[in-house]
Write a protein of this length. Structure first.
Length: 244
């Protein structure tokens, strides 16, 4: 029974989300993979940050798309954690280069469009993937399913996964028609029968974001791969359940 644990935006329950320290902490916690968000700067550089603006997670203000990559590097992505050293918003290239030193680490790249030209997002991310050519297994996910279709067309070898906040009608057919093989479903809609139905159709079901200890035990015992802000907690529970 495969019960993979992805650290959601790294070990974001205890470290600044989508930062190198959060990713390193996830590795130290023995997470199987990390999940992180990607969007483009003003000059078209893919950077790793969740929100459309830098307001919540840095000491700056404004939209990502209003700054070049060099300008974004001035801001502290660990500003809400005064006990930690300052950190820059990482670029996709930096994260992939770091991850390549951990070849068994699974990567989930979540693409954010935020009104951006979808083809521009796909082209920029594709260029970085081609330049890095790392050894990590990659899944590309998005709530924007058109972006996923474009990404699959550009990279047939990549696994793509549909992100949804609610259940899809006949998810297996929808996912197959999109060329996807992954279904990333919000945890309130995940039950053991749902997991069994989806997995029996050959689709990888992964659920987000699972942090509660009881829910972690349920999902892991059901054989559902999860995204969690607390990978150390999840790994400990999985070990107790003897599912690793």
């Amino acid at each position: 029974m495969t019960t993979m644990i992805y650290a959601h935006r790294g070990a974001s329950g205890t470290y600044p989300e989508n930062t190198m320290s959060a990713f390193q902490a996830a590795v130290l916690a023995s997470a199987d993979g990390i999940e992180f968000d990607i969007q483009l700067t003003k000059d078209g550089v893919p950077v790793v940050i969740h929100d459309e603006t830098i307001d919540r997670t840095t000491d700056g203000r404004g939209a990502i798309s209003d700054y070049t990559a060099a300008e974004l590097a001035r801001f502290n992505a660990a500003a809400r954690y005064p006990h930690l050293a300052p950190e820059r918003i990482p670029t996709l290239a930096e994260v992939l280069a770091w991850a390549d030193t951990y070849p068994a680490l699974l990567l989930n790249l979540e693409l954010k469009a935020y009104g951006e030209d979808r083809s521009r997002v796909v082209a920029a991310v594709s260029q970085v993937l081609q330049e890095t050519k790392g050894s990590n297994e990659i899944v590309v996910s998005s709530f924007d399913h058109i972006v996923l279709a474009h990404m699959k067309e550009a990279h047939p070898e990549l696994e793509i996964a549909v992100l949804t906040m609610g259940p899809l009608f006949q998810p297996e057919k929808y996912i197959e028609n999109l060329g996807a093989t992954g279904y990333h479903l919000w945890s309130p809609f995940v039950t053991e029968p749902v997991i069994q139905d989806v997995q029996s159709a050959g689709v990888a079901l992964r659920s987000f974001t699972v942090n509660d200890e009881r829910q972690l035990r349920d999902f892991l015992s059901w054989g559902c791969t999860i995204f969690t802000d607390f990978p150390e907690r999840a790994v400990k529970i999985r070990s107790e359940l003897r599912l690793s």
